[in-house]
Design a protein around this ligand. Structure first.
Ligand code: NAD
Ligand code: UDP
Length: 313
């Protein structure tokens, strides 16, 4: 199998490349490094079945040879990143996704889109099921991300319906683990970095908003199963273990043995109040459910961040 992965130097993309190589795929990784890190794929340099092309997927793609799978992970993904680059975010979700769909079509390959729980916006249905259409502010600050992914989903379904392309759509919920960027502003690296440095942990709002955190190895397993499935409609992938952000801050402080104080800062615009995936469909269709507990996943992530701190110090 020869598989093209966009966003290969990113957090989830780099882990997915590792998994595909372990499954004997030949992998062509694409990334323009707008948020990705060359270190995430440095260990793959010289791998006989891994090729990397520094490439913006919104531009023309020249991939020679046969391709069996096209996996589209390229996007700005953290609120800090997409708020800084709203136009690039809309562009990669629209033009970038179209380029990747055209690549799959021209090669007779299968296509997988990594979409997001943000398609549900600030949800009025809880937990979120795939049949819920969402509550998204189309002109708010976060709309550049939410609407780019909603457009990407619509485009993917249009290619399936118009051209018979074999497509899959993963709606990914908050995922964490090694290789996240320390400074990407997402809550896991933010809290871990602050706790490990003994600096104040910044809880936005009163911390009563909820999230459900999935470890990256579980996410990669879900994506790997989904890319081989015949399910064309979106499938939620995430860990249904839900907690408030304040509880999460306390949990991280306790497990790192940190004495950081918890401070409260204003809640960002349109920050969803609650989020938990209903994963019944993933269980039924993919026989998938997460297996890594929060403590286990956080321990591995803390170890990674401690390593980064040691390198920086
Ligand atoms: P990430 O920022 O670590 O990785 C995304 C990668 O895409 C980066 O390496 C970036 O440089 C690359 N990229 C962005 N625009 C590009 C372009 N125009 N051309 C080529 N490369 C480009 O983010 P991640 O957390 O690994 O997310 C991977 C995918 O999963 C994204 O599509 C994201 O929207 C989705 N997702 C992630 C989460 C999560 O919690 N991590 C949740 C929901 C959805
Ligand atoms: N958050 C926080 N402090 C931070 C970063 C994030 O309280 O330093 C909150 C944020 O407001 C949101 C939740 O943590 O309610 C998850 O934020 P993240 O940016 O990781 O992802 P989101 O789920 O919002 O896309």
């Amino acid at each position: 199998m020869r598989t093209v992965v966009s966003g290969a130097a990113g957090f989830i993309g780099s882990h997915l490349c590792d998994r595909l190589l372990a499954e004997r795929h030949t992998v062509v990784g694409l990334d323009n490094f707008i948020t990705g890190n060359p270190l995430n794929i440095a260990h793959l340099k010289g791998h006989p079945r891994f090729e990397f092309l520094q490439q913006d997927i919104t531009g023309p793609l020249a991939i020679s040879g046969a391709v069996d799978f096209v996996l589209n992970l390229a996007s700005l993904a953290s609120p800090r990143d997409y708020l800084e680059h709203p136009i690039e975010t809309l562009d990669v979700g629209s033009s970038g996704t179209r380029r990747m769909l055209d690549l799959a079509l021209s090669k007779g390959a299968r296509f997988l889109l990594t979409s997001t729980s943000e398609c549900y916006g600030d949800p009025l249905v809880h937990p979120q099921v795939e049949t819920y259409w969402g509550n998204v502010n189309p002109v708010g600050l976060r709309s550049c991300y939410d609407e780019s992914k909603r457009f990407a989903e619509a485009l993917t379904m249009a290619y399936h319906r118009t051209h018979g392309l074999r497509t899959n759509i993963a709606r990914i919920f908050n995922t964490y683990g090694p290789r996240m960027k320390l400074d990407d502003g997402r809550v896991v690296p933010a809290f871990l970095d602050q706790a490990l440095r003994g600096q104040p942990m910044t809880v936005f709002g009163d911390g009563s908003q909820t999230r459900s955190f999935c470890y990256v190895a579980d996410m990669v397993e879900g994506l790997y199963r989904l890319m081989q499935s015949e399910e064309r409609y979106p499938v939620n992938l995430g860990n249904p273990c839900e907690m408030t952000i304040l509880e999460f801050a306390r949990r991280i402080r306790q497990m790192t043995g940190s004495r950081s104080e918890i401070v409260f800062q204003p809640l960002p615009e349109d920050d969803p109040k609650q989020r938990r995936p209903d994963i019944a469909k993933a269980h039924a269709v993919l026989n998938w459910q997460p297996g890594v507990s929060l403590d286990e996943g956080l321990r591995a992530t803390v170890e990674y961040f401690r390593g980064l701190h040691a390198t920086v110090a």
